[in-house]
Design a protein around this ligand. Structure first.
Ligand code: BG6
Ligand code: MG
Length: 225
């Protein structure tokens, strides 16, 4: 039986994924790397330092920089990114998402955030969504980033639920892999090919309806029992 929802943040609750990408592209060009279009899918969901390594791989620059230089690059990107998220408001919640959260709350579903971002609390504050999410996984408490399942298992534990009692939402292939490795029901939001390992895929958040999600979830778990 469905008892909880676990959400990624960037690209699921709000379109901050585009700000991450813009800030990474800027940093990449400053160190002489031109990212190809497919890099945008590779960067989604990855922690800050993992993202930096993805960029260095694209530029054949892995191993070129000291830890201090890498930390400075990450800090530079984060400063640019924080500038972009400053002006976010309730209007930046993606279509259909607020209704979904309100309906879920009315139905008594537990909710948590499983975002790799250290900026998640700032964004939730700017979007005025803090009251929906008493439980947020602290990415600093984790050993491994997505696609490792650790963050989704941690979120499920915060909610005190079992894997077959939650639906988890992602826009990143690495995130869908993480959800499935945690044995949870995965909803992918975005490109059907990129997110093909999800249990349920919609092109945008506007197509998310709680009754339809519950029906798909029930169908899957009835099939297993
Ligand atoms: C994820 C984003 O949610 O958070 C990634 O999808 C980002 O693009 C990661 O790299 C870490 O975010 P931050 O804000 O801690 O640099
Ligand atoms: Mg995301």
């Amino acid at each position: 039986m469905l008892k909880g929802l676990i959400f990624d943040l960037d690209g699921v609750i709000t379109d901050s994924a585009v700000y991450h990408l813009r800030a990474w592209n800027q940093l990449a060009s400053e160190i002489g790397i031109k990212l190809p279009p497919e890099a945008s899918d590779d960067l989604r969901g990855r922690s800050r330092m993992d993202s930096l390594q993805v960029i260095l791989r694209y530029g054949n620059q892995v191993g070129k920089y000291s830890d201090d230089e890498l930390a400075e690059f990450a800090e530079r990107k984060n400063t640019a990114y924080r500038q972009s998220i400053k002006a976010m408001t309730r209007d930046d919640v993606l279509p259909g998402m607020l209704q979904l959260l309100q309906q879920a709350r009315q139905q008594g579903l537990e909710m948590a955030i499983a975002s790799a971002s250290k900026n998640a609390p700032t964004i939730l504050h700017n979007l005025q969504l803090e009251s929906f999410f008493p439980e947020i996984v602290d990415p600093d408490s984790l050993q491994h980033g997505k696609p490792d399942p650790e963050i989704y298992i941690a979120a499920q534990h915060l909610l005190k639920l079992n894997a077959d009692e939650v639906i988890s939402f992602e826009d990143a292939a690495a995130g869908v892999t993480a959800i499935k490795a945690a044995h949870q029901f995965a909803v992918g939001i975005g490109d059907a090919q990129v997110l093909r390992h999800a249990d349920y895929i919609v092109p945008t958040t506007a197509q998310l309806h709680l009754d339809q999600l519950e029906a798909a979830f029930d169908h899957q778990f009835q099939g297993l029992s």
